[in-house]
Design a protein around this ligand. Structure first.
Ligand code: ZN
Length: 430
């Protein structure tokens, strides 16, 4: 059974779940057909991705929203009428590059450090919105399939909102990634071949379990849940406020593609509200070892095909499937989709630590890795304002430095002696 068939069969029960308040309606992004709020999955007529629509007055409010904290101050532009729980998400710093930008010949390179979100990744924005939507739908809990940052974010915001949380994952997920999930009291179940049957099968399973348990399906991928991608718009709002205008280019990692698409929607709204006049180029970056979006972009395909493999060592972008919404954002904005080698990304992760003082997880180094080729191709110019999205903090995936750090603890100790310490330090210059 496909997601489409499943939704046809089960749509009515989701509508019954939608609860007490008036939700915002959805439209197909291709054929514009309207769907009731609370609809999951794709358009049942043309299979387009569904998208919440907002009245002019709500979009216009972007010009007057006061500085503050959290996602809730943007609620008129989010698909919920319920207060979004606050744990410190958003308002992440936009840090000017100190060295790497200069070395690449970029005068205005900025890092939007999403690792500063409470659980350490941009997924907190979607997690916060998911908790609000679950409360609005009258759900008892939330469910998703993930072993990574989405699970950690959802577990935290579910705990904050007093909701139960169920995480499905592939057997053999790295335990380090699950520490935050377990601490937040979520239930974790290993499911045989959860993602190996493709995204549609995983989504079917999640939607079926959600219906049985009266949980909100918080699978953060627009072709399945059309609402959670909207949380990513708030990154564009914040960047525009910090730069007093839109940047010339936004470079960000792309797994399923919601991060790229959400930001693009945000810039379109900012233009509609008259806050900005020009729009940035959206540049999505994937690993060449897991490149569904890169393939579709290079071959000029209208849809993104699911690959028979995903062999990247970079958690967060090791995906066999991606959404055509990200492909559309790259094309419409005059941007691009770039591919990078895993080893180059790991090298850049270290470089960002040493040259910028930024400890990020490998996936965050992917957009910075892509910059050299983008410069060579003339896709980003010397004097352009370029924003790289650093999607998660270094502690999320510390495998690289863990062995090195542990070996330091095993070395023989130096004597309590200034001379000996100074000599050792001077002998091995930085
Ligand atoms: Zn449609």
């Amino acid at each position: 059974m496909t997601v489409r068939d499943f939704l046809r069969a089960h749509q009515s029960s989701y509508h019954a779940l939608k609860g007490r308040t008036k939700l915002k309606t959805l439209h197909c992004s291709q054929c514009k057909t309207e769907f009731p709020a609370g609809t999951f999955g794709r358009c049942t007529k043309c299979e387009g991705i569904l998208k919440p629509e907002y009245p002019d007055a709500a979009v216009g409010s972007l010009a007057t929203i006061a500085p503050g904290h959290g996602l809730d101050r943007y609620r008129s532009l989010l698909p919920t009428n319920t207060a979004v729980p606050y744990l410190g998400e958003g308002n992440t710093p936009l840090i000017p590059s100190r060295r790497i930008g200069r070395e690449l010949g970029l005068e205005h390179l900025f890092f939007k450090h999403e690792g500063c979100n409470p659980s350490g990744a941009f997924k907190d924005r979607a997690g916060a919105l998911a908790a609000a939507l679950a409360l609005e739908h009258g759900a008892k809990g939330v469910i998703t399939g993930s072993s990574g940052n989405a699970a950690a974010a959802l577990a935290a915001y579910a705990a904050a909102a007093g909701l139960e949380c169920l995480i499905l994952l592939e057997p053999g997920a790295p335990p380090a990634k699950l520490r935050q999930v377990v601490l937040a009291g979520a239930r974790v179940l290993s499911v045989d071949g959860l993602f190996s049957r493709g995204p549609e099968a995983a989504a079917d399973l999640i939607l079926q379990v959600a219906e049985k348990l009266r949980y909100y399906p918080a699978f953060a991928w627009a072709p399945v849940n059309p609402c959670l991608v909207e949380a990513m718009k708030t990154i564009s709002y914040e960047v525009t406020t910090a730069l007093s205008g839109a940047p010339d280019a936004v470079v960000c990692p792309a797994g399923g593609g919601d991060l790229v698409t959400g930001q693009w929607r945000g810039y379109l709204e900012l233009r509609r509200a008259g806050v900005v006049t020009k729009l940035p180029k959206m540049i999505a970056v994937q690993s060449l070892s897991a490149p569904p979006l890169v393939e579709a972009y290079r071959r000029g395909l209208p849809r993104v095909l699911t690959l028979p493999y995903a062999n990247s060592k970079i958690s967060g972008i090791n995906v066999a499937f991606s959404g055509e919404h990200a492909l559309g954002a790259a094309r419409e904005s005059g941007g691009a989709v770039a591919g990078v080698e895993d080893e180059d990304v790991f090298a850049m992760q270290r470089r960002m630590g040493r040259e910028e003082g930024l400890w990020v997880e490998p996936v965050s180094a992917a957009p910075v890795t892509a910059l050299q080729e983008l410069r060579n191709q003339g896709r980003v110019g010397k004097s352009e304002k370029v924003v790289c999205i650093l999607s998660g903090a270094g502690f999320k995936d510390s495998n690289l430095s863990l062995a090195e750090a542990e070996s330091i603890g095993r070395r023989p100790a130096f004597p309590f002696d200034a001379e000996a310490i100074s000599q050792e330090a001077a002998a091995k210059p930085f």
